[in-house]
Design a binder for this molecule. Sequence first.
Ligand SMILES: Cc1ncc(COP(=O)(O)O)c(C=O)c1O
Length: 384
Amino acid sequence: MKPPNMLPFIDLAAQQAQIRPQIEAAITRVLDHGQYIMGAEVDALEHALTDFTGARHAITTSSGTDALMLCLMALGVKAGDAVIVPSFSFAATAEILPCLGAVPIFAEVDAAHFTLDPARLDDALTAAQTAGLSVVGIIPVGLFGQPADMARINAFAEKHGLWVIDDAAQSLGSTRDGKRAGQMAAMTATSFFPAKPLGCYGDGGAIFTDDDTRADIARSARQHGMGKMRYQYERIGMTARMDTIQAAILLEKLKLFPDELKQRQRLADTYKNALESILTPQALPQNTTSSWAQYAVLLPPKNSGGISRDALQERLKNHGIPTAIYYPKGIHEHPPYANYPITQGGLAITEDLCQRILALPFHAWLDNDAQDYIIGAVKDAITA
Ligand SMILES: Cc1ncc(COP(=O)(O)O)c(C=O)c1O
């Protein structure tokens, strides 16, 4: 089978086809009641998200980036504070820090799982100390849907008096050691960007926490720092609410999500079984489930003689198969971040992953024929 057109990398239309009438009805309800800001659907979604994650509080936001920012505000982060973040992530994980005058310390990830390596956190602390900075917290990332080793990271944080924010922008729906994303750290931020495992039709995000005080601060800061009374300001805040229409859409999409997570796992297993002898998929630790935001594989090291990543991408493109590189560079390699400290011992794993990583088309509605076609084309290209 050779598709006439490019396959979608993420097929949002296939998902929409499952629930289009429900989505249209949900949007129509909002148009009818007209409460575009903080309408009843926002509250309903927050309740549904506490049920889904098991967290005590779910606070919806205008984006995942704003969710992270509000977490920092709720934790009282101030100018000059240093925070450990993985460099192998999307820029948002780090960019919120300089926005508040805080300083990212770029830390290393684990070569098999691509998530923050607990064994290298000491090195990151040392780098901060060398730069004369005091570390206040850690932001691990649930990369490509897979939670970091939160038990070890939380234990390290506790030992050193640090807080932890789980950047679960990609990993809502995942579990590790019996805990669901949303419950794995003092505070969690997620994103509902359309391409995320649970996405809306615009920008959106949410915060999860069990802490009443931090939840109150985040709720107030997302509405200009208002207190219980309108136009009474208790703190510096911003506009970071979720639109009612996006909440209405998410309420419908959340109903599909548990089944979609199962489909994602089945598709990830199929890719793994078919490709692990020729490429290296992201390894899944024991007692962990991923929401498989991306299906990423590593090509062999550059000097090992096989097909280059550029050539593989080109060949797959010629067969109508799109691929993507998450991420072509560590955050620390981009000019705006060049002057922030990197971990003692350097970021060799991050830099190597950036050279070798490739994401294949992946979404819950990828059909078996399309996946077989992709697998066949990858195998042909690698073994040619
Ligand atoms: C790891 C990570 N953190 C944060 C974000 C920010 O989310 P948003 O795009 O909703 O602001 C994203 C998503 O794009 C992400 O992948």
